[in-house]
Design a protein around this ligand. Structure first.
Ligand SMILES: Cc1cc2nc3c(=O)[nH]c(=O)nc-3n(C[C@H](O)[C@H](O)[C@H](O)COP(=O)(O)OP(=O)(O)OC[C@H]3O[C@@H](n4cnc5c(N)ncnc54)[C@H](O)[C@@H]3O)c2cc1C
Ligand SMILES: Cc1cc2nc3c(=O)[nH]c(=O)nc-3n(C[C@H](O)[C@H](O)[C@H](O)COP(=O)(O)O)c2cc1C
Length: 511
């Protein structure tokens, strides 16, 4: 690492030297041309070295915990797994699967892999997929898989399970059957820790505790599209008088939703239950059930405590943070979602409709390293539609004065859905946005979306990429995310896009 830095400095020095020579001596044309070509080649080498992934060195006997992660959970669990093994005296290291080379596929590797899209690998798994496809005999490898997923999706934990099968087919030795965690459920994580105990021979480990929730007050809720034909989008401001959590642009907020008070009150009355009666921990039934699924008719006749243990907790929801710590508050852009029968969605219903102003919102920061900002000197192309603007806005607020930024944003109509118009237009006027392209799909007979803006600006896109720009894509996976990805593949080439991904210059936060 150190020697690579030295080499980078040396190359930069040589490039500058060649240019200075050129300027000060003004040598003959042939020599000048030679110096220009030399400077260019040295500069290309410098760019390549800067963005090249460091070569992974795996010492023999060390256990590799390899993660394929999109929004950081698999990475965090891999790091905790390596820590547990090291504490038990087993050398171990956590690495992204895209750093693995064929020579690393021996000894012991523990994989922690999440699933994205519709049963697909997260972005960081794309290169490893190719690598694995070219292997035929992995009989020197022992492995295990912890697959992360969410049962709400049709293809539960599909990528982790596919990985397990692909390794087994190539004769790698399975240490134990794959474990599948639903929203990182505590029971499966505890099983995984037990297995780490078997591997290391040390069961004296502390259970991993999920980060505790903290409470911030909902200070403000402003509708950004009151006259829109689409579902409403709100800008929410959350703050506390006490200590604020730490975060950076690209991080997510995980909230623990609650039921609307009126809805729960009405349902308990329908079941002839007194909402004010106490449960065994001293809270009222209304308080205790606020963060649980609504009771159904078949729960009729249960006592307050029986009801409490029969109802599952409400699932958590994630939102891209749209502000930076310097703003002094956490801001979100949340679209109110509904079930086909008209009931509000669990998370968006709580945030956009039920939580009264001043209400305490249970939340925690989800660090999301794969969507953190690039270096200030890296030009940034930010693409998104709808509430995808949230994650992009945080980056634009975080980017320093003088950085080069290009935003492509899409919504339905300019008059009703141009979120954050003043802020974006001010950035355009001040030059903070070198370029702002807007696609309002319903403002003309033919639908225009962000991918069409990209197609129309293909030459400039390639120019920015040649200058080392990073592409950040945020918002809905279906439709926008997939179509932009296909457009980028078409415009830049599949291999080039994959290379950008491997160099962390193509990053996605899609949902
Ligand atoms: C990494 C990440 C970042 C996110 N950032 C944001 C953000 O900045 N702003 C934001 O508004 N949302 C964001 N989301 C989505 C958010 O987490 C919730 O999924 C969304 O608010 C709906 O949840 P709900 O509980 O209200 O709806 P649910 O109770 O889960 O469902 C209500 C109805 O909405 C439908 N539905 C749920 N999710 C979607 C979806 N993604 N697309 C289409 N229909 C859906 C369901 O099928 C159902 O009919 C993000 C998600 C992830 C994973
Ligand atoms: C857009 C999107 C698509 C997803 N698709 C699936 C899926 O097909 N199957 C599944 O089991 N989980 C799916 N998940 C859930 C993730 O795998 C799960 O949240 C996991 O814990 C994320 O881990 P990570 O933070 O390491 O990426 C999806 C999540 C998102 C946001």
């Amino acid at each position: 690492m150190q020697s690579s830095r030295l080499l980078q400095h040396l190359i930069l020095l040589l490039t500058t030297g060649a240019l200075l020579l050129l300027l000060s001596l003004q040598p003959a044309r042939e020599i000048s041309a030679g110096l220009v070509v030399l400077s260019y080649l040295l500069f290309c080498l410098w760019i390549w070295l800067r963005h090249r992934r460091p070569l992974l060195s795996v010492s023999s006997g060390s256990i590799t915990v390899a993660y394929a992660s999109q929004s950081g959970q698999a990475q965090q669990l891999a790091e905790k797994s390596a820590e547990q093994l090291i504490a038990a005296g087993c050398p171990a290291q956590a690495v992204s699967v895209d750093q693995l080379q064929p020579a690393h596929l021996q000894g012991q590797i523990l994989f922690i892999a999440s699933t994205y899209g519709e049963g697909e690998a997260p972005d960081s798994g794309a290169r490893f997929e190719q690598l694995l496809a070219n292997q035929t005999d992995l009989s020197n490898l022992s492995y295990a898989v912890l697959a992360l997923g969410d049962r709400q999706y049709t293809h539960f934990c599909a990528y982790g399970l596919h990985l397990d099968e692909a390794l087994s087919k190539r004769h790698a030795q399975r240490l134990f059957p794959p474990l599948t965690a639903d929203q990182c459920d505590a029971a499966t994580l505890s099983q995984w820790q037990q297995q780490l105990g078997h591997i290391s021979g040390d069961f004296n480990f502390a259970d991993w505790q999920a980060e505790p929730f903290q409470q911030l007050a909902l200070l403000e809720r402003i509708c950004l599209n009151p006259s829109s034909s689409a579902d409403k989008v709100y800008e929410l401001t959350l703050s506390s008088t006490g200590e604020h959590p730490e975060w950076q642009a690209g991080d997510l907020l995980e909230i623990s939703p609650r039921q609307g008070r009126e809805t729960l009150f009405k349902r308990l009355a329908e079941l002839n239950l007194n909402p004010e009666q106490s449960v065994s921990d001293g809270r009222t039934l209304l308080e205790a059930l606020a963060s649980r699924q609504l009771p159904e008719n078949h729960h009729r006749g249960l006592s307050a405590d029986e009801l409490l243990s029969a109802l599952k907790p409400l699932p958590q929801r994630q939102y891209s943070i749209a502000s930076v710590p310097a703003d002094g508050s956490i801001q979100l852009l949340v679209r109110q979602m509904y079930y086909p029968d008209g009931r509000p969605g669990i998370g968006s219903g709580w945030l956009c409709e039920f939580a009264p102003l001043g209400a305490a919102i249970d939340l925690r920061i989800r660090v999301n390293p794969s969507f953190h900002s690039p270096a200030a000197s890296t030009p940034m192309i930010l693409i998104g539609s709808g509430t995808g603007l949230a994650g992009l806005r945080a980056h634009l607020r975080a980017r320093p004065h003088g950085s080069r930024n290009w935003l492509l944003f899409g919504e339905r109509s300019e008059s009703a859905d141009f979120f954050c118009r003043d802020e974006l237009m001010n950035w355009k006027a001040s030059g903070h946005l070198a370029r702002l392209d807007l696609a309002f799909s319903r403002d003309q007979a033919q639908k225009i979306y962000v991918q069409h803006l990209l197609r129309d600006a293909a030459d400039e896109l390639r120019e920015w990429i040649n200058q080392g720009a990073a592409i950040y894509l945020c918002g809905s996976l279906q439709g926008m995310g997939q179509d932009v990805h296909s457009m980028l593949q078409g415009l830049l080439g599949e291999d080039a896009l994959l290379r950008l991904q491997q160099q962390d210059l193509y990053r996605r936060d899609l949902y």
